[in-house]
Design a protein around this ligand. Structure first.
Ligand code: SAH
Ligand code: F3S
Length: 483
């Protein structure tokens, strides 16, 4: 999901790179996959900055190369394997360079990585990043180093992340780790472990620090943010066993969001991802109440067929999802929604596929992230169901889904033409350095002539034209509410 966003940040023009004076060693760290991986790499860079490493963008000069990996689809893993070959070529020129694999592929493949990919010196799962200093010692002593233990408590709440390749305007802050949902197609519960929530105070502290450094937008991250629940205990699933005191002082996602928006009125808040089963009306009402909570919800559905949703172990029907969407539009009429969709899940019929298309028409998504089903070893679907939809059929259905999404996106984007929207300026426009690029509250990209504005300004922009995914306009002044 959202790989594109990360790519855009990497290409941002005004890069902020936290560096510590006196650090001699060089770390090259690269992230694939979701926003959470990107955010985790910032935690790893912070841990390593205490060990004498500053980051570099230049692979050739690196003492340590770390790749934060994604296992979500087979293609994601293949991309990483190709990248490892490229590191290998550089290691031949620079034999003292060490290579470590982090994240979901490390967790999924464990020791196999050290056997299969001879160039890998270190394998670290998503809950073991604090062990990296010890693992590096093992590597220095010539031993293979591996820690893939999943934790029930680790949230890295005590680590203040180094901001990597940041535009200095928007940042990710993770609030939950892991996932308890066990969707039958998904490898995440196996690679990232059980769901746990981070202490609210440490979240607020991190946001305060970003605020002090001039950041203007925070995206709260989790596999399933709406299920956030802090009660001073550990796992979400153990909440029932919490004391009366713990239950009385528990903080849920609606409360956390309300607190963030109230305490930082000049910052904008986004969040991702919302699982429909946990997206309650309280959250939507908090969104409606605060101008600075962006009017955008990423609401993955995966399929429009109740039968397929059941096979996927998603906890809602087609009708329940549609009711949720109707409620969201009723409470926040100008909201934007986006989906994740999987084409060709085992047993999917043409009728199921048509249900997906008709659900999309009902939901009127502004954006979508659409995938062909990729069987992942170890998941329930891989164990119990045959991957029986031919590749050509998956591809055709996926293309139909993408075509419909493109058509809807254009209609949705057009609704802003003639309106004035509030934009947070992030960076130069990709096409022209005479234009700024930012996003409106609904997450649509807006480009406009620079004039005297600068990144980090909230500006009102009158929209005159659009393409499928971009609004074009002219600034008419600063936003009074946000500046
Ligand atoms: N809750 C997570 C979901 C992570 S996976 C979040 O934060 O978004 C992102 C998306 O990848 C899923 O919503 C799903 O659409 C897709 N996906 C997951 N497993 C897949 C598989 N085996 N094949 C194809 N797509 C998959
Ligand atoms: Fe995966 Fe479903 Fe969790 S898609 S991340 S198991 S909500």
């Amino acid at each position: 999901m959202e790989e594109k966003v990360i790519e855009e940040i990497k290409q941002g023009t005004s890069l902020v790179q936290d560096q510590k004076d006196g650090n001699q060693k060089k770390l090259f760290i690269e992230s694939y996959g979701c926003q959470m991986n990107f955010s985790d790499s910032e935690i790893v860079a912070s841990i390593l900055s205490e060990q004498g490493y500053n980051t570099t963008q230049n692979l050739e000069e690196a003492d340590l190369v770390l790749v934060n990996t994604c296992s979500i689809r087979d293609k994601a893993e293949q991309t990483v394997r190709k990248r490892l070959q490229e590191y290998n070529a550089i290691k031949k020129i620079n034999p003292t360079m060490k290579v470590g694999v982090l994240g979901c592929m490390a967790e999924r493949l464990k020791e196999k990585f050290l056997d299969e990919e001879k160039i890998v010196d270190m394998v670290v799962g998503p809950d073991a990043y604090k062990d990296i200093p010890n693992l590096l010692k093992e590597v220095e002593e010539g031993r293979d180093a591996i820690n893939v233990i999943l934790s029930k408590e680790e949230t890295y709440g005590d680590i203040s992340p180094v901001r990597l390749s940041s535009n200095g305007v928007s940042a990710f802050v993770s609030i939950t780790r892991g996932c308890d949902n066990m969707c039958t197609f998904c490898v995440v519960p196996f690679t990232r472990g059980r769901e746990r929530s981070r202490e609210p105070e440490s979240i607020i502290e991190e946001i305060q620090d970003l605020h002090n450094r001039g950041f203007k937008e925070v995206t709260l991250l989790g596999q399933n943010v709406d299920s956030y629940l802090w009660y001073g205990g550990g796992l979400k699933k153990d909440f029932e066993k919490a004391s009366e005191m713990q239950k009385a002082t528990a903080v849920d996602f609606a409360q956390l969001l309300d607190r963030c928006a109230t305490q930082f009125p000049k910052m904008r808040f986004r969040f991702s991802t919302s699982n429909p089963q946990d997206m309650h009306l309280e959250v939507i009402e908090v969104m409606a109440k605060h101008h600075n909570i962006c009017k955008y919800i990423h609401l993955p559905v995966q399929s429009g067929s109740t039968r397929i949703l059941k096979e996927m172990n998603r906890q809602h029907t087609r009708e329940e999802y549609m009711t949720l969407v109707d409620n969201i539009y009723r409470i926040i009429p100008d909201i934007s929604l986006s989906q994740d969709m999987i084409a060709g899940f085992p047993t999917e019929t043409e009728e199921d596929h048509q249900d997906t298309l008709s659900l999309m028409e009902h939901a009127k998504y502004d954006f979508g992230f659409m995938f062909a089903y990729s069987e992942r070893p170890g998941t329930l679907a891989a164990r119990k169901m045959e991957d029986d939809i031919p590749e050509a059929v998956k591809k055709r259905r996926l293309n139909e889904i993408i075509d419909l999404q493109q058509k809807m996106a254009l209609e949705r984007t057009k609704r802003f033409v003639g309106q004035t929207v509030e934009v947070l300026i992030e960076k130069d426009s990709k096409r022209s350095d005479l234009h700024w690029s930012g996003r409106n509250s609904q997450n649509t990209v807006v480009v406009f002539p620079k004039e005297n504005y600068k990144p980090g300004d909230f500006v009102n922009v009158k929209i005159t034209d659009c393409t499928t995914a971009t609004l074009i306009g002219e600034a008419v002044g600063y936003s009074e509410i946000m500046n």
